[in-house]
Design a protein around this ligand. Structure first.
Ligand code: NAD
Ligand code: UDP
Length: 308
């Protein structure tokens, strides 16, 4: 049994990760400041003797004796990370420093939840780990993109300078049960709009693309990465690409909804295309997403219906 710290563990991905780690018989410490986290996400674990919740902000130092750290703490949806951009940057930079200091002191292995956003509005397609990206340093998304890029730098510097045992996962758009209703991300927005029979809001012409990964597939990739000896960075995601218009039509069909599709202004710096090249993850950790979009959306829609 390992003692594992999951920062951001009360969030969407973090709560699925805590669940899986508990199922494997580990002791899990979930640390979260509840900015976008939700007690509902972890309420089923609170009675487990192997589960502990600590309300704490990663921008403040803390010392916990652990074997492994998954650093997921950071708001992930554009409306949340743009709500307090200075705080978002601090969360990635100071949060990474504080968690890396724990890893250094306790000699634990630490995984950073990085993101496809570090590729920005990519000029290479699909995106390989070797691509350095096309990122605006001063735009509305920069607090998140540049924060996550700085975090990657810090991880590698702690690794080279202090021999910290690191690994970086570059996560592509992930969806599934327990996504919060109001985080403004495309999958949750469209499902809520379809179930409430309100207009489906497509930003721009809907021809921009994303590749959507079901959360269980992502979580199995994160655990495999932690168990490997790799440093990364490694892309984790589902490489099947859809336009946002296609996604809207699939959700309308699966919900049998009468919602109309309407078109709104495209937010600034919105990436036009995104698709992970997962050759490295396939080769190094046998990562293979299993849940295709229709199936994953059905499970997500069921969860949203139960919570509405
Ligand atoms: P989420 O917003 O549901 O979860 C983030 C969690 O971090 C929340 O519980 C929040 O309260 C917590 N948090 C935020 N700031 C904190 C702070 N300063 N101190 C302590 N806790 C803090 O988002 P998610 O989708 O679960 O994303 C989890 C991680 O994965 C994030 O780091 C995100 O950048 C990364 N990621 C997610 C996706 C995706 O599509 N879901 C894609 C790429 C990367
Ligand atoms: N999007 C949209 N309608 C919405 C929410 C998002 O058309 O109601 C678009 C958004 O402009 C982007 C894509 O869907 O092109 C994915 O957006 P999301 O915020 O989910 O993730 P990210 O842009 O960070 O990949």
């Amino acid at each position: 049994m390992k003692r594992i710290l999951v920062t951001g563990g009360a969030g969407f991905v973090g709560s699925h990760l805590c669940k899986k780690l508990l199922e494997y018989g580990n002791e899990v410490i979930c640390l979260d400041n509840m900015f976008t986290g939700n007690k509902e996400n972890i309420k089923n674990f609170l009675d487990f003797k192997n589960f502990e919740f600590i309300r704490h902000d990663v921008t403040e130092p803390i010392l916990i004796e652990v074997d492994e750290i998954y650093n997921l703490a950071c708001p992930a949806s554009p409306i949340h990370y743009q709500n307090n951009p200075v705080k978002t940057m601090k969360t990635s930079v100071l949060g990474s420093i504080n968690m890396l200091d724990i890893a250094k002191k306790t000699k634990s292995r630490i995984l950073q939840a990085s993101t496809s956003e570090i590729y920005g509005d990519p000029l290479e397609h699909p995106q390989k780990e070797s691509y350095w990206g096309n990122v605006n340093t001063i735009g509305f998304r920069s607090c998140y993109d540049e924060g996550k890029r700085s975090a990657e730098t810090l991880f590698f510097d702690y690794h080279r300078q202090h021999q910290v045992n690191i690994v970086i996962a570059r996560i592509f758009n992930t969806y599934g049960p327990r996504m919060s209703f109001d985080d403004g991300r495309v999958v949750s927005n469209f499902i809520i709009q379809a179930l409430r029979s309100t207009d489906i809001t497509i930003y721009g012409d809907g021809m921009q693309t994303r590749s959507f990964c079901y959360v269980n597939d992502l979580v199995s990739g994160l655990i495999k990465l932690m168990e490997s000896k790799l440093t990364g960075p490694i892309n984790l995601g589902n490489p099947i690409e859809f336009t946002i218009l296609e996604l809207a039509k699939i959700i309308l069909e699966l919900t049998n909804s009468k919602s109309r599709i309407i078109f709104k202004k495209l937010p600034k710096d919105d990436p036009k295309i995104r698709k992970p090249d997962i050759t490295k993850a396939r080769r190094e950790i046998s990562f293979e997403p299993k849940i295709e979009l229709h199936e994953g959306l059905k499970l997500t829609i069921e969860d949203f219906k139960n919570r509405l």
